[in-house]
Design a protein around this ligand. Structure first.
Ligand SMILES: Cc1cc2nc3c(=O)[nH]c(=O)nc-3n(C[C@H](O)[C@H](O)[C@H](O)COP(=O)(O)O)c2cc1C
Length: 234
């Protein structure tokens, strides 16, 4: 994934992410605001991918955009591990199958048949697969913001994943977040430091179909709720 230049910048605190010069302050037009909402409406968790690879350079650009995400104390604790090795990918599929069988068994008996029909990962076809980890040990950020809430490290990585999700969708590329995995064996399989925590295993590629509704809603597994019922006042 990373070109030599990107790799050379690792750990270089003076590294500036790509930046498009804009007039300041930036003002969004009404059309741009509508486009942003459309992006959010049409972002989907994708599990059915076309096998064609992403064009050269796209992945590096998407990762660079994901790294614009906020992070606690500017710690940037995300570590993206591009999984290319076929044997490792096969082992991820085995890990998923075992975790998914366990998850099926944990469903209420009357829901198990419905659960078994769900497609919950695009691991067979996604041309790009990335394990996203949180590194709790890097001194970057000098501990700011995370003493009383250490989970903010993991939350920062989750936000970076969402940023990647949106950046990908804006280019017509789908992302599927897989969490039905046993994280410790997966981390060992990918030979990453013991203390890194798996936040998500991400499948990326061109989607077989577009939709403005979550797949789980479309198949009747769950519905969205009225946002008004999520807002509390005190
Ligand atoms: C933390 C997290 C973990 C998820 N894990 C899975 C998963 O293992 N398998 C899956 O099919 N979808 C997974 N999803 C996708 C959700 O099911 C999906 O986001 C939700 O149904 C709403 O659909 P949408 O993303 O298309 O709007 C995950 C999403 C998040 C945020």
């Amino acid at each position: 994934m990373a070109g030599a230049e990107t790799r050379d910048k690792a750990g270089d605190a003076s590294f500036k992410p790509f930046h498009r010069p804009t007039a300041l302050p930036i003002a969004f037009t009404a059309a741009q605001t509508r486009d942003l909402v459309d992006l959010l409406v049409w972002r989907r968790d994708v599990r059915a991918f076309r096998r064609e690879p992403l064009p050269a350079g796209v992945l590096d650009r998407l990762i660079a955009t994901a790294c614009l995400a906020p992070s606690v104390g500017l710690s940037e604790p995300w570590r993206f591990v591009l999984v290319e090795d076929e044997a490792r990918r096969a082992a991820v599929r085995v890990n998923f199958a075992a975790a998914n069988a366990e998850a099926l068994g944990a469903q209420a008996p009357e829901r198990q048949a419905g659960y078994a029909k769900l497609k919950l990962a695009g691991l067979d076809d996604a041309p790009v697969q990335i394990a996203a980890f949180a590194d709790p040990d890097d001194a970057q950020g000098h501990g700011l913001g995370r003493l009383s809430m250490p989970e903010t490290i993991d939350l920062s990585v989750a936000i970076a994943i969402h940023t990647l999700w949106l950046a990908a969708r804006a280019e017509g590329i789908g992302l599927g977040w897989v969490s039905i995995l046993d994280p410790r064996p997966l981390a060992r399989l990918l030979d990453v430091p013991e203390r890194w925590r798996l936040i998500g295993y991400l499948c990326l590629g061109y989607p077989q179909a577009e939709d403005d509704r979550p797949a789980l809603q479309r198949v009747g597994w769950e519905d969205r709720r009225d946002p008004a019922c999520r807002l509390l006042r005190r």
